[in-house]
Design a binder for this molecule. Structure first.
Ligand code: 5GP
Ligand code: ZN
Length: 116
């Protein structure tokens, strides 16, 4: 999948709608269209980076910023104190279906372990 037909690039570009909850110069966050928990957000770099292993060496700060944003979203949605789960699926066996890096922020209920 190229950036041209990437659903998250389209959300970044506002060519398809999403329930945005945060945006700055390098990241965007929005509600997952098919929530698996009472709070289910996606924190996404604006740049089209297919998966976590593709983050360029010189963009380490972006990874930190994604995680900081995920935690701030958990605070904003009032799940930080009770606890929440961050998930990054990578590749087919990891269950990745959208090939643009994203962190799932899941909470508002007990998150079972192990995952399926
Ligand atoms: P993955 O399986 O790649 O880790 O997660 C992709 C996530 O993106 C899924 O949870 C799916 O529900 C969500 N998703 C896919 N298409 C859209 C969309 O067009 N809008 C929003 N808000 N979420 C989407
Ligand atoms: Zn993309």
């Amino acid at each position: 999948m190229t950036a041209d037909d990437c659903v998250f690039c389209k959300i970044v570009a506002r060519t398809i709608p999403a329930a945005l909850v945060y945006e700055d110069d390098s990241v965007i966050a929005f509600k997952d269209i098919k929530p698996e928990a009472p709070v289910h957000l996606l924190v996404v770099p604006k740049a089209h980076i297919p998966k976590i292993g593709d983050v360029p060496e010189d963009q380490q700060a972006l990874v930190f910023h994604l995680f900081r944003t995920a935690h701030r979203m958990a605070q904003q949605f009032d799940i930080a104190e009770d606890g929440y789960r961050l998930v990054i699926n990578s590749g087919d066996n990891g269950g990745q279906t959208v090939h643009h890096l994203h962190i799932h922020v899941l909470g508002g209920r007990f998150m079972r372990w192990p995952p399926g």
